[in-house]
Ligand binder design. Structure first.
Ligand SMILES: [Zn+2]
Length: 210
């Protein structure tokens, strides 16, 4: 199943309305453009091995962590994503950023996150910054109670639903080396198989032999 531009714009319109505050479009609907390059942090694309590693818990929130997290928030916003996990910038630690409430960087960074309670099920299309051009149906828990630390080391507990719950689960999966293609419906996975092959080939081609 390939996504036409018409379908993408329909989705974007829906989510613009969903977030009345004019916030950023979800990363699920923005993966067509990426091969984000900058001098700071870069998005790592499939099948980079770091995406399959189980990330390590952060034991200290120091200036380096703060700086990197800040750059991840900047990058996520620049590419109009809703979420970005540390392994996606080649940093294998349990941290992700989600554009939940706007301007304050601290509010968007989640460290050593976990899901405490889950309820209901929902199916929708997702994309991922590490899989440019690929989308597919994924079943997720509809409502979750989550726990994490922010950049100030404060513990946060919050209940999330719908898109934010989906984004949280997607990013948490990244920290466990689980990718959205692993959870895709068989039909979506099949539809994406050619694009996945192309990503694999282009990754091989781009690697410099040592
Ligand atoms: Zn992702």
């Amino acid at each position: 199943m390939r996504i036409t531009h018409g379908r993408i714009f329909e989705k974007l319109k829906y989510y613009r309305n969903f977030f009345k505050k004019g916030c950023y479009l979800p990363d699920f609907f923005k993966p067509l453009y990426f091969s984000e390059k900058n001098n700071q942090v870069n998005i790592v694309t499939y099948p980079a091995p770091v995406l399959r590693q189980k990330a390590k818990p952060l034991t200290e929130i120091n200036a380096d962590v703060y700086k990197k997290a800040e750059k991840m928030v900047e990058l996520m916003r620049r590419v109009h994503g809703i979420g970005l996990a540390a392994p996606q910038v080649g940093w294998s630690v349990r941290l992700f950023v989600i554009d939940v409430v706007g301007n304050n960087v601290d509010d968007n960074v989640f460290i050593n996150p976990s899901i405490m309670e889950e309820a209901g099920e929902t199916s929708n299309e997702e994309g991922c910054l590490s899989f440019p051009g690929i989308m597919g149906k994924v079943i997720r828990t509809h409502k979750i109670k989550v726990c994490a630390y922010n950049l100030n080391g404060q513990k946060i507990e919050v209940v999330l639903e719908d898109l934010l719950a989906r984004a949280w689960q997607h990013e948490l999966d990244h920290l466990n080396g689980c990718l959205f293609i692993d959870r895709m419906s068989p039909a979506s996975r099949l539809a994406a198989s050619q694009q996945l092959k192309e990503l694999e080939q282009s990754y091989k081609k781009d690697r410099v032999p040592v």
